[in-house]
Design a protein around this ligand. Sequence first.
Ligand SMILES: *[C@@H]1O[C@H](CO)[C@@H](O)[C@H](O)[C@H]1NC(C)=O
Ligand SMILES: *[C@@H]1O[C@H](CO)[C@@H](O)[C@H](O)[C@H]1NC(C)=O
Ligand SMILES: *[C@@H]1O[C@H](CO)[C@@H](O)[C@H](O)[C@H]1NC(C)=O
Ligand SMILES: *[C@@H]1O[C@H](CO)[C@@H](O)[C@H](O)[C@H]1NC(C)=O
Ligand SMILES: *[C@@H]1O[C@H](CO)[C@@H](O)[C@H](O)[C@H]1NC(C)=O
Ligand SMILES: *[C@@H]1O[C@H](CO)[C@@H](O)[C@H](O)[C@H]1NC(C)=O
Length: 774
Amino acid sequence: MGTRGLIFSSALVLLLLAQPVSVVSASPPFACDPASPSTRNYGFCQTTLPIDKRVNDLISRLTLEEKIQQLDDETPAIPRLGVPKYYWWSEALHGVSSWGHGIHFDPLTIPGATSFPQVILTAASFDQYLWYRIGQAIAVEARALYNAGHADGLTFWSPNVNIFRDPRWGRGQETPGEDPTTASKYAVAFVRGLQGDSPTGERPGQLMASACCKHFTAYDLDRWNGTLRYTFDARVTAQDMEDTFQPPFRGCVQEGRGTCVMCSYNRVNGVPTCADYNLLTEQAKNAWGLDGYIASDCAAVDFIYGATHYAKTLEEAVSYALKAGVDVNCGKAMSQHVGDAIKNGNVSESDVDRALFNGFSLRMKLGLFNGDPQKLPSGDIPPSQVCSTEHKNLALEAAQAGIVLLKNIGNTLPLARSNVTSLGVIGPNSNAPPSLLGNYNGPPCEVITPLDALQRSINNTRFAIGCNVPGNVSDIPEAVQLASSVDYVIMFMGLDQDQEREDLDRTDLVLPETQQTLISKVAEAAKKPIILVLISGGPLDITFAKDDPRIGAILWAGFPGEAGGSAISSIIFGDHNPGGKLPVTWYPQEFTKVPMTDMRMRADPATGYPGRTYRFYNGKPVYQFGYGLSYSSHSYEFAAGTTTSIYLNNSLSPRAHPNDPNTLSYDIASLGFNTCGELKISATVGVKNHGPMAGRHPVLLFSRWPSTEHGRPAKQLVDFQSVHLEAGESTKVEFSLSACEHLSRVTDDGRRVLDKGSHFLIVGDEEHEISIIA
Ligand SMILES: *[C@@H]1O[C@H](CO)[C@@H](O)[C@H](O)[C@H]1NC(C)=O
Ligand SMILES: *[C@@H]1O[C@H](CO)[C@@H](O)[C@H](O)[C@H]1NC(C)=O
Ligand SMILES: *[C@@H]1O[C@H](CO)[C@@H](O)[C@H](O)[C@H]1NC(C)=O
Ligand SMILES: *[C@@H]1O[C@H](CO)[C@@H](O)[C@H](O)[C@H]1NC(C)=O
Ligand SMILES: *[C@@H]1O[C@H](CO)[C@@H](O)[C@H](O)[C@H]1NC(C)=O
Ligand SMILES: *[C@@H]1O[C@H](CO)[C@@H](O)[C@H](O)[C@H]1NC(C)=O
């Protein structure tokens, strides 16, 4: 989404910079009011008819001009049919948000909503049921806002499931990280929760809300070294497309039954994604079966003409988009130019009807043509469900579950409250509510900063800011003085939205220099090894702190949301045992030599290109994907009964690829659905918490091949589960896998194949061999 820095169209700048205004609305108009005499005659209001019949009835009543006005995100009312206006664009990335135009908070009635941690931190919990419950809580709050007249739409353009491919990406914070399996599972869980489906995907009938997976596809560069997302042409190989960029979207649509996909700003291999028929219609709609609509990112359709000149005129731009499969345009381009495009012959009325069919079908599935909103299944959700104790506790639980313990020498943490007679809190992120929330936030219920929470625990707590985040304002002597006069020092450093955000990628991976100086000087002055807490979305090269023995413990807390201060404090004092694992690789600063514009995932040793993410990066990370300590130690073992061999006895014979003559493999496509269904793998992993503390612990299961030749990943996460274990307790975690899905790889021409021979499952340092035998 673009709400800042749009430079191509002044009309859109006005449109997109407009912030939502608070309005106190009395009971808003709704469609199909049973009190209206005309309503009972409209076919589209007959709830006993199937939705497609109702939608076709509605479309048949519209004039061409009325149809064209329904194609943009802010659709006007159609008063003669009693259809109210509908605003498609709302956001709910980590809580109902005030970005977009569909939701209006009101200081007097509903001033805020629960602000969960920014997604990158929630992802670090590797807990799918937690992700589901967050989506579910957001949907309840969204319905409460709607019921109270604060919503002109229930279509949320969340989640962002692009792969966090480059550590500098300003929007990496919004995503579930760098791994396609994690991003796909995040999409499924969050979308099911937000749309009101059960955790296993059953749908009760009415959608609670509509989720939208964005930004389709290969979008993960905003503004870097002169390259802008609006004009960037992502050159993506067939191999990377199939096994890195597309899985989260496929998961969202097929398994999560997400009802929307948003096309992105960038081009992919020359074609603007919002003009790409193969991507939008052939893949998302036809191959994956998207049951919903395709939205454009805001002004992305204008940019098909304005930014890239891929189209020669705006009429041609809207025609490319409509014909490619866009159903809802964010902006004004469709209502302004589709009329002319029809006159030109670039677009036919049936293209418009298809878009309207998808849009109105969804509005009906949300129950918005079923009469009085109070009588809908979700019509009795009251305003008190927004910022309920249950949801605020969930925000705390999510922050606690995600926070990652990176370093803890000599059990620096946890601290015993009774031992802390004085505490020094130092750093710019100690007491800055906005820095906890991350972007695409809404007004929170209440924010507890780390300083607030620590002051509640330790009476003698003193604070010095030390410097600001960019480091151009500092008072290091004051911070050093404080550090030398207290028992314990906790520093809150890192980044904020002025360092990494939409429309701004980083150029460095290190902390601003003043911050590094402050940390080192404070650590030197302190009586005991200090505790360093990093607030950031993207990863940081903090080698200096990792190696400094005067820094006893390091926590990464992402942007932890409204309860972030309490969550951090509970971990520091051992009320909660940290279990979060990094969802991205933490690269060294030297990685910044790699052009962010180089989309290749695989390393190219011949040119020194190091590759990207834990699957392909061949350098030494500062911290690796999946890393995270606990106050307890854990051990794993593969239990007896874990599959050791898979027999393929049918007539298919494995083939050797011309580039890779030594490996025999099966095409997954030719094995087919039924055979693949038989190639089941069960893995049972014993996991033990050796103490001293109870806690949740995510168990990450990877697979690997005997070699990394021909673009095979070093390893690949295949599944994960988060388990709670008491100190000393052990349990068995069962994974049900499929050889076709979890042991396959993608060839350099984009085909998914299963290699004959050895494969390995990995958990911790344990490996288990599985043979595919023909
Ligand atoms: C739009 O119509 C013009 C004039 O008929 C034609 O030259 C152009 O190729 C068409 N463009 C598209 C995208 O269909
Ligand atoms: C309190 O501090 C003392 C001295 O450093 C240490 O020996 C003791 O273990 C601490 N108590 C707890 C409960 O951590
Ligand atoms: C803080 O001080 C108050 C009042 O002096 C006292 O009642 C309370 O127990 C103290 N709390 C802690 C955590 O020491
Ligand atoms: C510090 O730098 C930021 C940009 O990073 C700038 O906006 C701000 O004005 C600077 N403050 C001072 C006091 O120089
Ligand atoms: C950034 O752009 C400049 C000018 O085009 C180029 O010389 C430089 O190599 C680029 N930086 C990186 C890391 O690619
Ligand atoms: C292959 O044969 C074995 C042993 O007869 C059997 O257990 C297995 O299910 C067969 N596999 C397939 C894919 O038919």
